[in-house]
Write a protein that binds this ligand. Structure first.
Ligand SMILES: [Zn+2]
Length: 451
């Protein structure tokens, strides 16, 4: 009996200690353990996600991974820069510098004959991208699908350009004969990864009808009847996004890096093609009731998909990783914003200023809000999180308001004049032509970005 009581007392004691520990387990902000050495960083870039819509869908439980980042980290509007051109903005994000300094202006470089216009390429960048700065600091980097990364930069790690993800995810039969394996491997650094890349592609022809039907409210046959081009574009960009995810799954797991970045484009494309069905009253041209019924859910269901892509990628990195979720600009289909073509928004006129930024990780304030952040602030912030100096010739600032005081005591922000020393980027005036140019231009035309 005495022994039983003694055992019971010990058990109760253990339980009591556990309860005290549990209750006293400190919550938020400064109490999150901060690593002694700089932690890893993941950027998930999702094109065109709009701040207010993302937050509403997070409130409604349709973007649970975003909602988690919002409560576990800090978030706010990421202000874009006019004229909201994605290749330019993603380069602002990757360099911390304005278009004037980084040299990537627009989707294409215009030629006297518009048919000769060529998509902007990485050799035209005049300043170092974050993956080059981190490589020089001997950090290992992993970049998948970021815009304007063809030809692939030499990095300490690996880089798979957006030319490659777009070309490989297209239908096998549609691949032009000049899109050879040899050419495609120019979009990959190191080239030796080519066969591994090719083994981890999600092809457009593998997008089954049931997947298309998960985005719409009728059968895929009826959708094709009503809007053939839009329906096939949905399959195309779903496949491109799934290719980025499949590549991330393979490479982030087999070759974890100090800095990883992955880019998804489908949310912007689907917004261009389907926003009008979600807000038909804002669309001047008459839309059929059938088309509205069929396609009105596409945009928000693609936002939900973007949320699950975020969730899948975050699972691939450790809990000690800083996660930065961002979009390059917001989106609006309705009137009230500038520059409409006969009252109907097309192309970049549908983009608006309010992109998103969510940051979470060790030492990041929980439930914090970020005010006045710009696309130019991302690279300075990544450098500060990596424990590296911010350069004074960058146009943005590190978002120190997301970092706890303990973090900033351990890793105070330090500055240097510039990273533009030694072997720099080329800053060429002419793009490098590629066998995927026609495909890219076709996409840009269909979106109304170019004539
Ligand atoms: Zn767009």
């Amino acid at each position: 009996m005495r022994r039983t009581i003694a055992i019971l007392a010990v058990v109760l004691g253990v339980v009591a200690v556990a309860v005290v520990f549990y209750v006293r387990r400190p919550a938020p902000a400064d109490d999150v353990p901060i690593p002694a050495a700089p932690s890893r960083i993941l950027i998930v870039g999702i094109d065109g996600l709009d701040w207010s819509r993302v937050n509403r869908l997070a409130d409604e439980g349709r973007m649970p991974n975003v909602a988690r980042m919002r409560s576990e980290g800090s978030s706010g509007i990421l202000h874009s820069i006019r004229p909201f051109v994605s290749p330019t903005i993603w380069t602002c994000i990757a360099t911390g510098k304005t278009e004037e300094k980084h040299g990537i202006s627009g989707f294409v470089v215009n030629m006297p004959d518009p048919a000769d216009a060529s998509p902007t390429t990485s050799n035209m960048r005049k300043v170092k991208a974050i993956w080059q700065i981190l490589s020089a600091a001997e950090r290992c980097v992993a970049v998948i699908g970021w815009l304007v990364t063809y030809p692939a930069d030499v990095v300490n790690g690996y880089l798979i350009s957006s030319h490659v993800t777009l070309a490989l995810s297209a239908k096998r039969e549609a691949r032009a004969p000049n899109q050879t394996d040899d050419w495609l491997s120019e979009g990959i650094y190191p080239r030796s990864l080519w066969s591994e890349v090719a083994d981890n592609v999600y092809h457009e022809e593998d997008v089954g009808d049931s997947i298309i039907e998960s985005f719409i409210d009728t059968s895929v046959d009826r959708a094709r009847q009503e809007e053939k081009v839009r329906t096939s574009s949905l399959a195309k960009f779903y496949a491109a996004d799934m290719t980025s995810l499949t590549l991330a799954r393979h490479f982030f797991e087999t070759r974890p890096a100090d800095f990883s970045a992955v880019y998804f484009r489908g949310s912007d494309i689907t917004s261009h093609f389907f926003w009008r069905f979600m807000e038909p009253e804002s669309w001047k041209k008459e839309l059929s009731a059938e088309a509205i019924e069929t396609f009105s859910p596409v945009v928000e269901r693609y936002y939900a998909l973007a949320d699950s892509l975020l969730g899948e990628v975050v699972k691939l990195v450790g809990d000690d990783t800083y996660v930065v979720l961002l979009s390059d600009h917001g989106f609006a289909g309705h009137r009230g914003y500038r520059g409409f073509e006969g009252d109907v928004a097309v192309g970049i006129e549908m983009h608006r200023e309010d992109g998103i930024i969510f940051v979470s990780g060790p030492g990041i304030k929980r439930g914090g809000s970020i005010a006045g952040a710009s696309v130019l602030d991302v690279t300075p912030t990544v450098l500060a999180l990596a424990g590296l100096p911010v350069a004074r010739d960058m146009d943005g600032r590190p978002l120190t308001e997301v970092m706890s005081s303990t973090f900033l005591e351990r890793y105070p922000v330090v500055y240097i004049d510039t990273y533009e020393v030694g072997d720099g980027p080329d800053g060429d005036l002419t793009p490098i032509e590629s066998p995927v140019d026609e495909e890219i231009k076709e996409m840009l035309r269909s979106l109304g970005y170019i004539d």
